[in-house]
Ligand binder design. Structure first.
Ligand code: C2O
Ligand code: CU
Ligand code: CU
Length: 440
């Protein structure tokens, strides 16, 4: 088993330095074909800045980001800011950059959005190929929360879990390595977990230790939630605290998960080994993390019913249709709150994901959600209904929602949502000062 230094676990890859001045953070990122060494083998890969996973981009709450992205692939691609609450225009899911083209992604990092996000390609039809070939990286938003007692002393580690392109999905790679060892130095760990797989679920458990969930897709929850295991659907993230009670080696296991087509693996497989330090006296858990507002459902303006089914051949995928670039499938009005009842008509699970607009899960199969959290991915188990509430408080524009199994998305399990300005109100005049339009 490889031992990998702290650089490996902290920030991955050699990203380019950030320039920061006057509240604006700028950097560049390029996608290139490359030869990557993954789990001891040299494989042909596609990579951001030559590394698989790509460099971890660290942003700060409240700053404006200008990220210049260059397509050096031999095929069209683009960059999706998965989970960030930025406008559809900034996320630009319909933009296809030809080989050699570049684009400046410009957006504001919302206050209160500290958490774990990621970036990956989104050209319709090629997502599975490009993501599977290595294009994915973590995007971390730092905020005042990081210095809370109980959080600040924890040793922060990022785990990018990914089915590997070189071995047709096996083994699972953690930060590009097969079953690495994480040598912990502090008495508690803050793990940022990202499922960057094209289609694999991870049901995670750490030997001898509960996981204390502190953040979901959209950032912090209100207080730590003790979990014996954690299910991460493709695209989903979570942050957990691990408090070591004793010295020793503990394996993070990927337990079998049955998405409707049989369990992924027999009794479970070790993903990595955590070596706990010798002196372990974890301090108390943080009691209060962040405020996640309760949404006033009596003000919900619409209840939308959305169905998912894997009808690739019948063309029935979302609400009985397959994706079409130029068509708008659902409308919502800016400034409103909507409840969506998403039903999975299939005998296979689909992870639902929507761009730009984080939501709260209200109930799963009629069972009320035990705690409030912002999310952008929610798993739809076979035959079940999941209810979510989505505030469309800001940002008008056109974006997509889809299944985050990359192959399903590519074959049309995706739909277009258009959020329009409220009736009778003229669209606001250009809210940005001149000079912010120097890109495209
Ligand atoms: Cu991470 Cu539209 O996806
Ligand atoms: Cu996304
Ligand atoms: Cu699907």
């Amino acid at each position: 088993m490889p031992w990998l230094g702290s650089r490996f676990w902290g920030g991955l890859g050699r990203g380019r330095p950030w320039g920061r001045a006057g509240g604006i953070a700028e950097t560049e990122l390029a996608a290139d074909p490359t030869t990557a060494s993954l789990a001891g083998a040299n494989v042909q890969a596609l990579a951001y800045e030559g590394s698989v996973p790509g460099p971890t981009l660290r942003l700060r709450e409240g700053e404006r980001v200008r990220l210049r992205f260059v397509n050096r692939l031999e095929e069209p691609t683009n960059l999706h800011l998965h989970g960030l609450h930025v406008s559809p225009e900034a996320d630009a899911p319909f933009l296809h950059l030809q080989p050699g083209e570049d684009h400046v992604y410009e957006f504001d990092v919302p206050e209160g959005s500290a958490g774990t996000y990621w970036y990956h390609p989104h050209p319709h039809g090629s997502v599975e190929g490009q993501l599977g070939a290595g294009l994915a990286g973590a995007l971390i938003v730092e905020g005042p929360f990081d210095s809370l007692p109980g959080i600040a002393e924890a040793e922060e580690r990022l785990l990018v879990l990914k089915d590997s392109p070189a071995f047709r999905g096996d083994p699972v790679l953690v930060n590009g390595a097969n079953q690495p060892i994480l040598q912990a130095k502090a008495a508690s760990l803050r793990l940022r977990l990202l499922n960057a797989s094209t289609g694999r679920y991870f049901r995670l458990a750490l030997e001898g230790h509960p996981l204390y969930l502190i953040a979901t897709d959209g950032g912090l929850i209100e207080e730590p939630v003790r979990l014996e295991e954690l299910l991460l659907a493709p695209g989903e993230r979570a942050e957990v605290l691990v408090c070591f009670e004793r010295e020793g080696n503990f394996r993070l296991m990927g337990l079998p998960y049955d998405a409707g087509d049989g369990p992924t693996s027999g009794p479970g497989e070790p993903l990595l080994t955590v070596a706990a330090p010798s002196r372990t006296e974890p301090g108390p858990l943080p009691s209060c993390l962040a405020e996640v507002p309760a949404l006033d459902l009596s003000r919900a303006s619409a209840i939308q019913r959305v169905t998912f089914e894997a009808g690739v051949f019948s063309g029935k995928q979302i609400d009985g249709k397959s994706f079409e670039m130029g068509r708008v499938d659902l409308h919502a009005e800016k400034g409103t709150l909507e409840v969506w009842e998403i039903e999975n008509l299939d005998n296979k699970a689909h992870p639902f994901h929507i761009h730009s607009y984080p939501f709260q899960v209200l109930s799963r199969d009629g069972v009320p959600e035990p705690f409030r959290a912002w999310r952008d991915v929610v798993n739809l188990p076979p035959g079940k209904v999941v209810r979510i509430a989505i505030p469309f408080s800001d940002f008008a524009g056109k974006t997509v929602f889809h299944c985050h199994l990359a192959g399903h998305e590519d074959s049309g399990m995706m739909a277009v949502l258009e959020v329009t300005e409220p009736e009778g109100e003229a669209p606001a005049a250009d809210p940005e000062p001149a000079g912010h339009h120097d890109h495209h």
